[in-house]
Design a protein around this ligand. Structure first.
Ligand SMILES: Cc1cc2nc3c(=O)[nH]c(=O)nc-3n(C[C@H](O)[C@H](O)[C@H](O)COP(=O)(O)O)c2cc1C
Length: 192
């Protein structure tokens, strides 16, 4: 069983989203699951412009790094999407990646049945993390994924506060929601 963690922050270098996505993956790995980490800051991600080439072809005609991410999504049994909050939503680069998965929906709903979990970091305590996490969870539902939350901490997944790099580690309450999301993924993936 493989869990793919995607760091959807466009900020280069190790930021808060990377820290929390890796934390959730560590919980999965510690419980015997295979994990893989991808940061989109290192990758070229063009936006979907509704060219509709993927209505006829099973792949996107754009020449960038998205195809390799989509392949990893297809291989995974579960996907964790991590995002910073930008003006109360996901950053444009991550939204572009989510939009580009339309080819997987159009050609056999390839993400259907995979387990999905979301983690969001914002610089302010009430900076729009819940709207942001719902954007990701809505994408998962529209891809027919099975969305999990964070057990007894009972938010909508991992929700954290942190602005400067590494600051998220000081949000003990938020880190607990991230660890619980990882535990919930393990629980669901290991169901009989
Ligand atoms: C353009 C921009 C918009 C932002 N908007 C918000 C916001 O609406 N709410 C919030 O709490 N933080 C906001 N932030 C702060 C980031 O969410 C925060 O610094 C986060 O930790 C960045 O994650 P990263 O280190 O993984 O890139 C914004 C940052 C930027 C650059």
């Amino acid at each position: 069983m493989k869990v793919l963690g995607i760091d959807g922050s466009p900020r280069e270098g190790k930021g808060n989203t990377e820290i929390v996505v890796r934390k959730a993956l560590d919980v999965c790995k510690g419980n015997g699951l295979e994990t893989e980490f991808v940061a989109i800051s290192d990758l070229k991600v063009e936006y979907c412009d509704h060219c509709n080439d993927c209505l006829t072809e099973p792949k996107c005609s754009k020449d960038d790094d998205v195809e390799s991410i989509l392949e990893r999504m297809e291989e995974a049994d579960a996907i964790i999407i991590g995002s910073p909050t930008y003006f109360g939503s996901v950053p444009g680069k991550l939204k572009s990646l989510l939009d580009r998965t339309v080819v997987l929906r159009r050609h056999g709903l390839k993400l259907s049945g995979k387990i999905g979990g979301a983690i969001v970091v914002g610089g302010s305590r009430n900076g729009g993390q819940e709207f942001t996490i719902m954007t990701i969870r809505n994408w998962m539902l529209m891809q027919e994924m099975l969305v999990v939350g964070d057990k007894e901490t009972a938010h909508f997944g991992g929700i954290c506060v942190g602005r400067k790099r590494g600051e998220v580690l000081g949000d003990k309450e938020g880190i607990k929601t991230v660890e619980n999301l990882g535990k919930k993924m393990v629980e669901v993936l290991k169901r009989d």
